[in-house]
Design a protein around this ligand. Structure first.
Ligand SMILES: Cc1ncc(COP(=O)(O)O)c(C=O)c1O
Length: 425
């Protein structure tokens, strides 16, 4: 008999369609080739991760009376103490003191990525539509693709703000073509966004809430605030959608994470969703997937949030990432990238640069520039991955997070040299 591995495996429709997401390819490249300087991976800086702090807290947690409870399964929704700390954390942002949520509106997830996936899964069927920014977080586009959901870009003004007139027209067009019933969510990355590095002004959030109130169905907004804690000066003044009166009664899902600002490998994220019906659906799904995020890592994060060591650590790493971004930006400038017509702003949070090449320049995976960068030993995220429509092609996302300062400078030199020597399309 033929070995059974040779017989065709009958996958589900979803399984059959699955392909390697770009994120996996980029991460594997970065991890497997130490000579390749990765400006692509959205990793944090190993040297700045809180290893000593975590060692300390692990010992404390283990020494507590009943400490072994942390090595037991926990609740599907997450540790109550951590959920209370999340509410406290959110209420500390200016204007959010009276945020209408308590620990029962919070769900702890395995990174915020799980929450984004679950939110989309409970809201969308294949063929449905989610409105996204232009550009948007490319891994979320992969989630949509995997679920067979169509991303459509929110109309935007030059500079990136939402074009509300355009949005109204888009909604009318969807209505005319009987597609409005397929519109299931709006996804926004609202603070120091990946990849645009922009923050959405409160006025845009309010206008969006007002517009959504005119619809005769409840359109959920998923607000991804993954980088909100990583501001450099003051926290951005815009309140979250769940804190705005314009969103009262509208289903809003606020998604945050401790992976970027604290410990990436712990993979703990959180969702705050005052609409308990919608949150309940996500909880049902979570119950099927893993019935709870790792209790032990939650206990560590709960401890540092409660005793102020999280806030203290943030005060240390904010300037660290600000410095790294400036080092990368300065090195790109010194290597002459601006003279070649490339432009970017240095953001006031996060650790990404969103860089625009001249219009005719092609940065895609199959473009000569990408190959030139690989040959020179530097990796970036091609910007086309971040657009629902797959274009334009003349952007790159660079991350200052992972490389040491010296390697950032070297990577910038290699990048600018590849830009200088690459053919234009
Ligand atoms: C905008 C955004 N949202 C969500 C995530 C998911 O992060 P995690 O699952 O580590 O919380 C990321 C990670 O890069 C991100 O950039």
């Amino acid at each position: 008999m033929e070995p059974s591995v040779l017989k065709p495996l009958r996958y589900s429709t979803l399984g059959g369609q699955l392909t390697d997401p770009a994120i996996v390819h980029l991460m594997a490249n970065a991890l497997s080739n130490p000579d390749l300087l990765s400006l692509a991976a959205g990793f944090t800086d190993n040297l700045a991760l809180p290893l000593d702090l975590v060692k300390e807290v692990v010992a404390e947690v283990a020494a507590r009376p009943g400490g072994s409870e942390t090595l037991q399964y926990g609740m599907n929704s997450g540790r109550p103490g951590l959920r209370r700390e999340v509410v406290r954390l959110l209420r500390e942002f200016p204007g959010e003191e009276s945020l209408q949520c308590d620990e029962n509106s919070v769900l702890i997830t395995n990174g915020s990525q799980q929450a984004l996936y679950m939110a989309t899964q409970v809201l969308c069927d294949p063929g449905d539509i989610v409105l996204v920014e232009k550009p948007t977080y490319f891994v979320y586009l992969e989630v949509l693709k995997g679920l067979g959901v169509r991303p459509v870009s929110l109309p935007s003004l030059p500079g990136g703000r939402i074009d509300f007139e355009g949005l109204r027209k888009l909604i009318d067009r969807l209505g005319d073509s009987d597609e409005l019933k397929r519109l299931k969510a709006v996804y926004l990355v609202s603070y120091h966004a990946n990849p645009s590095t922009r923050c959405i002004p409160e006025e845009d959030k309010k206008n969006l809430g007002n517009l959504l109130r005119t619809l005769d169905f409840a359109l959920p907004v998923i607000e991804d605030a993954a980088y909100r804690d990583l501001y450099f000066g003051e926290s951005h003044p815009a309140r979250s959608i769940i804190g705005l009166p314009e969103f009262a009664g509208l289903p809003g899902i606020y998604s945050g994470t401790f992976t970027k600002p604290f410990s990436t490998g712990m993979k703990v994220g959180y969702t705050c969703c005052p609409n308990l019906d919608l949150l309940g659906k996500m909880l049902n799904l979570k119950g099927q997937q893993d019935f709870g995020t790792a209790n032990f890592t939650q206990a560590i994060i709960e401890t540092v949030l409660a005793d102020g060591r999280y806030a203290q650590y943030l005060r240390k790493i904010r300037p660290h990432y600000a410095r790294k971004l400036h080092i990368l930006s300065d090195a790109l400038e010194e290597a002459g990238l601006r003279q070649l017509g490339w432009t970017w702003d240095v953001p006031d949070g996060g650790f990404l640069l969103w860089v625009r090449a001249p219009d005719e320049f092609d940065t895609r995976f199959d473009a000569p520039f990408y190959h030139a960068c690989i040959a020179d030993g530097v990796l970036y995220v091609p910007g086309d991955l971040c657009f629902a429509e797959g274009s334009p092609y003349n952007f790159v996302r660079l991350s200052a997070g992972v490389l040491s300062n010296e390697r950032l400078v070297e990577a910038a030199k290699r990048f600018a040299s590849a830009a200088r020597h690459s053919e234009t399309i």
